[in-house]
Write a protein that binds this ligand. Structure first.
Ligand SMILES: [Zn+2]
Ligand SMILES: [Zn+2]
Length: 249
């Protein structure tokens, strides 16, 4: 499995930036995890959008879905130009709630909607996928994703506060993509459904992840500071997300 960071910023993209989106490639499949603001313009450097096999959305906050509408337009035009089969909508796997959002994922013949929850076991080609509801927001679900392929395990933590129960889900992880929304100096006193860089590093250490990719970062954070705060609390390999960063498992 190869991961390419297409976007990692939140809540909005900095200059030439993008909010969360990750391209996952195996020998046979190309998946997009989340589709934030600016992700499509990055994706095109690696894969034409009409060659994607699936899109998986963790939840419906704007920083994770902002480019879905233009992806639908793009696929519609590729079908019109006969570069993608008309009877081959791009499947979008995403939470069923809120309904107003999930209903928008079915668009003409360009995209189809497939609800997921913790009971879902997906097999997309050579990739097995399961979902875990995270501690994020008030009421509407957000799902982390566990992807397994050819003996390697990737967990994408989506957006998550400290209340997520990772046990039994994030075990034997080769790469944990996890949010580090705050540095120590601006972490809110009350938990609000996000983790700090320090929280993330401590979590990766507790879960014995072999490598950690810290993401969901404010665009003005200095990567060196993020790296320093993380490495103080984890002994595994630690990457700080940047656009174009590729990691092969
Ligand atoms: Zn969110
Ligand atoms: Zn977010």
């Amino acid at each position: 499995m190869r991961v390419t960071v297409l976007g990692f910023q939140s809540p909005y993209p900095g200059p030439n930036g993008a909010t969360p989106g990750y391209l996952i490639e195996t020998d046979s499949k190309r998946l997009l995890l989340d589709c934030g603001s600016g992700v499509l313009s990055q994706l095109g450097k690696y894969v034409p959008i009409h060659q994607l096999d699936a899109l998986l959305l963790s939840h419906y906050h704007h920083d994770h879905i902002a480019d879905v509408g233009v992806l639908q337009y793009g696929l519609m035009v590729h079908q019109l130009f006969q570069e993608r089969e008309k009877n081959r909508p791009l499947p979008i796997y995403a939470p069923a709630q809120p309904i107003v959002d999930s209903q928008s994922l079915l668009y003409r013949q360009a995209t189809s909607f497939h609800p997921v929850d913790e009971q879902t076991h997906l097999a997309i080609g050579d990739i097995q996928i399961r979902f875990l509801r995270t501690d994020h927001g008030n009421g509407d679900p957000c799902y982390a994703m566990r992807l397994e392929s050819q003996g390697k395990v990737l967990v994408y933590g989506a957006d998550s506060g400290p209340g997520t129960n990772w046990e039994g889900f994030a075990s034997d992880v080769d790469l944990f993509i996890c949010e580090g929304t705050y540095l120590d100096h601006n972490k809110p006193k009350e938990s609000n459904g996000h983790l700090s860089v320090r929280d993330t590093a401590q979590l990766a250490e507790a879960l014995k992840c072999r490598a950690l990719l810290i993401t969901h970062l404010y665009h003005l954070y200095e990567p060196e500071v993020v790296q320093q705060q993380a490495e103080a609390y984890t002994s595994g390999t630690c990457y700080v997300a940047s656009i174009g960063l590729q990691i092969t498992l």
